[in-house]
Design a protein around this ligand. Sequence first.
Ligand SMILES: Cc1ncc(COP(=O)(O)O)c(C=O)c1O
Length: 363
Amino acid sequence: MTALANQHQAINLSQGFPDYDIDPALIKLVNQEMLKGNNQYAPMPGILSLRESVSEKMQALHNSYYSPETEITITAGGTQAIYTAIAAVIKPNDEAIIFEPAYDCYAPTVRAFGGLVKPYEMTPPFYDIEWSMVKRLVTANTKLIIINSPQNPCGRILKEEDIKQLKIITENTDILIISDEVYEHIIFDGQQHLSLSQFPELKERTFITASFGKLFHCTGWKVGYCLAPEMLMKEFRKIHQFLVFSVNTPIQHALHSYLNSNQSYLELASFFQNKRDLFRSLLKPSKFTLLRCEGSYFQNVSYENISAEKDVDIAVRIAKDYKVACIPNSSFYARSTDFKTLRFCFAKKDETLEKAAELLNKI
Ligand SMILES: Cc1ncc(COP(=O)(O)O)c(C=O)c1O
């Protein structure tokens, strides 16, 4: 969709990345680290000081301790952390339960290692999870459950009841969990992020994946991290070592200094809530039905009042004829299920959102 947006000079609300500048202080820190000579390979798990900062952040926010030496690894973005965790645990014929609509790297990575994807399809408008149906997907071969809260693309967040059910389903089993928490700070209306690190029975079987790209608006830097109990992290690092070996050195040093001096991530919720609210109010006159968005930086809409077209077709038509690019949500379902919804990214300048809404309101 980004290629199509460029081809048709459409406003790109498809891919999830900000169109505004990042903090110049962070850029300055990277420059300083480069000038200081921090330009050679970093240690395989990441520089210790950054792992220590991540550990302190988890302790402060979730009262959950991860050892910087043995339980934290810096990765080349959240996606590499997810890939590596899947590669570390999935063997042929292992099954992985995935909640769809899902971030698009989970299923192909499971399949790449011979695993079988068991999708649980959540449906608009609320994307609720009926756990009795999830239980039916569990078999003796279930190795992995992948969860994502706040969830891309549907903006759903995990609630206490979901956590309770996840505990019940995994109790007395060897099932492992990947908890993709890249949008942990982008959560709205005063709701709290339930990190799996807070629940000991789940923490002991979970890889948590996170992204500095989402934390500091620098998605192009591709730096993130993975947290897991030592036994799981050992397996993770066996893959990490030969997949990337280590991650960008000056940026790791800069992120460490920035994290220690700056808690701007605590303001992400209100920053993005303002953008969500602005975009929703701008789209009020449109014929779209706005779906709930509890977190992440995506607004989903139903276009049932506009057309019966396939979501892919209408997305292409909107990009070509109305010059706004979005993502058809069928692309986030393994079976390409089409619920006639589209995803718009609102991590954009207010003026970008205003221009886009003006065009979308003409449909
Ligand atoms: C749910 C989810 N997980 C992981 C990622 C990947 O993060 P990164 O860009 O750090 O690889 C994204 C990026 O959009 C995402 O939406």
